[in-house]
Design a protein around this ligand. Structure first.
Ligand SMILES: Cc1cc2nc3c(=O)[nH]c(=O)nc-3n(C[C@H](O)[C@H](O)[C@H](O)COP(=O)(O)OP(=O)(O)OC[C@H]3O[C@@H](n4cnc5c(N)ncnc54)[C@H](O)[C@@H]3O)c2cc1C
Length: 389
């Protein structure tokens, strides 16, 4: 049963929303989370890859979340050279259906109320401050009041815009993605593969993330600048026809990832944004699971502080911008690197691969590959050095 009012309303039941709801609820606040889909974690629009260390820094990792452990990375150059890189860090391909549902379960266990098939249609704004949401739940309209609204409503977020925040993503910075989950693939399931080439993924990259023996998420992201020439789905199906003609397609999804610089602010009076809604993805990789979780956690904690202080103004909530600053600074650096990498030509990628293959296998690290990339563009070296000093 939906109550007429809560301390905090969270819009969206992805990783950002569940973490926000959990961190606010565990401090004793009354919290409602509204998810428009009928089931948390479905549909999965994600390749499901995460770094083990980053995930483990936020939550205890449960074995049932994990489809596949990853210990190496393989790069394919446009002309077909293959560079294998061992990594020190363990990565995981999650089962997001189980993972997202479990994060939501944990939020519920800590006291948050969750509602599915609950689509937020607008904000209640009084005296310039957001005071709750309007929503449809199972065919009925509700008005729910709250001291704080956390917009964790993903890449298609409307909460930010409704609150007057500038959340626009330039076409250039929107990676449009297509992905299949495919079976009967002759792959090594201990490694993830990336393809960089004009042919398969202009202004982006193609990935193969194994989910188990012979099964993988195969997808690609293309910068919005290119996605009108050939759609990501067309590019992906060409790739499958060429490289895995015997693959069995179990599912196809399309989706966008904001690969932009950080937003100027993540808060308005009575509102905080988290996750994709707040553009908290890594602009280079498009990865956003763990950063969304961190954003959600910090947004929830900031809501607690503001409610305890009795001050819901954007000035008070600006504490969240301050706490996100370290991540925002990293995001700016990754944005510059993205601009550099995605401006390389096929010939550059081939030459970097050839140079890297001259190194003994134990020296083929991500850092050494990047060094070779910089040698290709000496003019960039100074810019990149500046980023890290
Ligand atoms: C093809 C693809 C592959 C990707 N691969 C990776 C990867 O391998 N690793 C990685 O780290 N990241 C990856 N990402 C990015 C990652 O999926 C997102 O960054 C992450 O899911 C963001 O979490 P979130 O909670 O912010 O948003 P979401 O997970 O999108 O959750 C938002 C939720 O809000 C709900 N919602 C929206 N509007 C409303 C409303 N009005 N009312 C109620 N509910 C609403 C939605 O239904 C949704 O459930 C990928 C993305 C795509 C598209």
């Amino acid at each position: 049963m939906i109550n007429p009012s809560y301390d905090v309303v969270v819009v969206g039941g992805g990783p950002a929303g569940s973490m926000a709801a959990r961190s606010a609820a565990r401090s004793g606040l009354s919290v409602a989370l509204f998810e428009k889909d009928r089931e948390i974690g479905v549909p999965v629009r994600c390749a499901e890859g995460v770094g083990g260390e980053a995930l483990g820094s936020l939550v205890d990792i449960h074995p049932e979340w994990i489809s596949q452990k990853i210990t190496a990375v393989r790069f394919h150059s446009p002309s077909g050279q293959v560079v294998d890189v061992e990594t020190d860090e363990v990565g995981y391909i999650l089962n997001r259906k189980i993972f997202d549902a479990d994060l939501a379960r944990q939020a519920g266990a800590d006291g948050a109320q969750l509602f599915t098939k609950a689509c937020v249609r607008g904000l209640i704004v009084e005296n310039g401050c957001v005071q709750g949401v309007r929503l449809d739940h199972l065919g009925n309209a509700f008005e729910v009041r709250s001291k704080i609204v956390i917009g964790a409503d993903g890449v298609e977020s409307r909460v930010g815009r409704w609150a007057g925040l500038d959340t626009h993503t330039r076409l250039h910075d929107m990676e449009t993605c297509a992905q299949v989950t495919a079976a009967n693939l002759p792959i090594d399931e201990s490694l993830i593969s990336f393809y960089f080439s004009e042919r398969w993924a202009p202004g982006g990259y193609l990935w193969i993330f194994p989910k188990g023996p012979g099964i993988a998420n195969i997808g690609l992201g293309v910068s919005g600048d290119y996605s009108r020439k050939r759609t990501p789905v067309e590019l992906l199906y060409d790739f499958l026809q060429s490289e895995f003609p015997r693959a069995t397609i179990l599912g196809t999804v399309v989706g966008g990832v904001p690969c932009s610089k950080p937003l100027k602010t993540l808060v308005a009076d009575g509102v905080l944004l988290a996750g994709d809604a707040a553009h908290q993805t890594n602009p280079l990789t498009g990865g956003g699971i763990v950063s969304s979780m961190l954003g959600g956690k910090l947004a929830g904690e900031t809501a607690v502080l503001a409610i305890r202080a009795g001050d819901l103004s954007r000035k008070q909530l600006g504490e969240y911008d301050k706490r996100w600053k370290t991540e925002a600074d990293k995001q700016k650096k990754f944005y510059k690197i993205k601009e550099f990498v995605f401006n390389l030509q096929d010939a550059d990628f081939d030459q970097i691969a050839a140079e890297t293959l001259k190194l003994p296998p134990h020296k083929r690290t991500l850092v050494n590959i990047f060094r070779r990339a910089l040698i290709k563009k000496p003019a960039m070296i100074l810019d990149i050095i500046k980023l890290f000093t």
